[in-house]
Design a protein around this ligand. Structure first.
Ligand SMILES: Cc1cc2nc3c(=O)[nH]c(=O)nc-3n(C[C@H](O)[C@H](O)[C@H](O)COP(=O)(O)OP(=O)(O)OC[C@H]3O[C@@H](n4cnc5c(N)ncnc54)[C@H](O)[C@@H]3O)c2cc1C
Length: 318
């Protein structure tokens, strides 16, 4: 089923979903199932699987020169999605990026998904590769997520890059895109970022999942601004419970967002990471309850493969 169909079928009841990331190369898929199994009791209608593009590492040679090596530390997004659909019979949503993909790579990726019976995708631009400051699209690749959504919409209409047949197979991908309640780090303003979000919806995106946030008022203000700008599709809040003291600086640095003073104080008062996890769970539970009361269609958790915290939250919320 499409994500939008799950939302319609829920008839106003808030759904539970979460995102996982592929294991590091060299590990097996059991760690993925171990992370999913405990959360199945909350009936997730879909699970997102992130995509991790290549990274460049530079290895010093005996002659002193640096050899550039391209590595993918977390491959396996499509295989994990197929395995999830096969094992649990629930929809898996692979993330797909502009970065590292030519339009032809994208087309082939989508053909694989279609043949595997995976009909939901989350379309993202992706970040710059770690050794570079700015995002660079592939030659003959998509520049922005809106271009990628456009390509997916074209395939949905049976328009392939080289239109191989007189009458091509039409796909039926339901496309999600990212939204940023505290604006994307490169956007000159929140209003400008929302205009770009609107372009993604105009290109065919049927729902939005937000970046994590720790202050619900930021989400409510964002949704109000989106609605005012004419975006009518579901906006699904993305939530993450803080789990370590280090995240007080890591999360703002990585995602360019603010943490509320009250949460910072509570975490700073903790003596151990176990206490931090308790504070994180409590905070995220309170956020979840308020969001459900406000009528959100889905609560989407960034589990990062660690289900214990999410289980505690879901157990008191769903
Ligand atoms: C829910 C969610 C899931 C994610 N999953 C992954 C993942 O699996 N793998 C991964 O690598 N990353 C993931 N990311 C991170 C994401 O790839 C980065 O945040 C990336 O920097 C932006 O992606 P985007 O799709 O929002 O880009 P875009 O929507 O293309 O926006 C990127 C920037 O460009 C601006 N912009 C957009 N269109 C235009 C235009 N036409 N002209 C000028 N400026 C424009 C926007 O305002 C924004 O500042 C995820 C993020 C979220 C919120």
């Amino acid at each position: 089923m499409k994500i939008t169909e799950h939302i319609t079928a829920a008839k106003g009841k808030t759904l539970f979903s979460f995102e996982i990331l592929p294991p590091l190369k060299g590990q097996n898929i059991q760690s993925i199932f171990d992370g999913i199994d405990p959360l199945m009791e909350f009936n997730p209608p879909f699970i997102d699987v992130t995509y991790h593009r290549e990274e460049y590492v530079y290895i010093e040679q005996p002659n002193g020169f640096l050899e550039k090596k391209v590595v993918r530390k977390r491959p396996g997004t499509v295989g994990i999605c197929a395995a999830i659909q096969n094992k649990y019979g629930i929809d898996a949503v692979p993330h797909i990026l502009c970065g590292g993909f030519t339009k032809e790579d994208t087309e082939n990726f989508l053909i694989d998904l279609d043949f595997l019976g995976i009909h939901n995708v989350m379309a993202l631009r992706g970040d710059a590769v770690k050794s570079e400051t700015y995002f660079k699209p592939e030659l003959k690749g998509n520049n922005f997520a809106s271009d990628l959504v456009n390509q997916i919409s074209e395939i949905n209409r049976g328009q392939y890059l080289d239109n191989p047949l007189e009458k091509n197979h039409t796909t039926d991908f339901c496309v999600g895109v990212a939204g940023y309640p505290e604006k994307h780090m490169e956007a000159p303003s929140l209003d400008n970022d929302i205009e770009k979000l609107k372009a993604k919806v105009a290109a065919g995106a049927e729902y939005v999942v937000t970046q994590m946030f720790f202050d619900n008022s930021k989400f409510f203000e964002f949704v109000a601004k989106c609605r005012k700008s004419g975006i009518t599709v579901p906006i699904i809040p993305g939530l993450k419970p803080i789990a370590t003291k280090k995240q007080l600086t890591n999360i703002p640095h990585r995602f360019h967002l603010n943490l509320p003073e009250e949460l910072i104080r509570a975490i700073n008062n903790c003596k151990t990471d176990l206490e931090v996890r308790e504070v994180g769970v409590e905070w995220c539970t309170a956020q979840s309850k308020e969001l459900i009361n406000s009528g959100v269609e889905v609560l989407h958790y960034y589990s990062m493969g660690k289900s214990t915290n999410i289980h505690k939250i879901a157990a008191s919320v769903f």
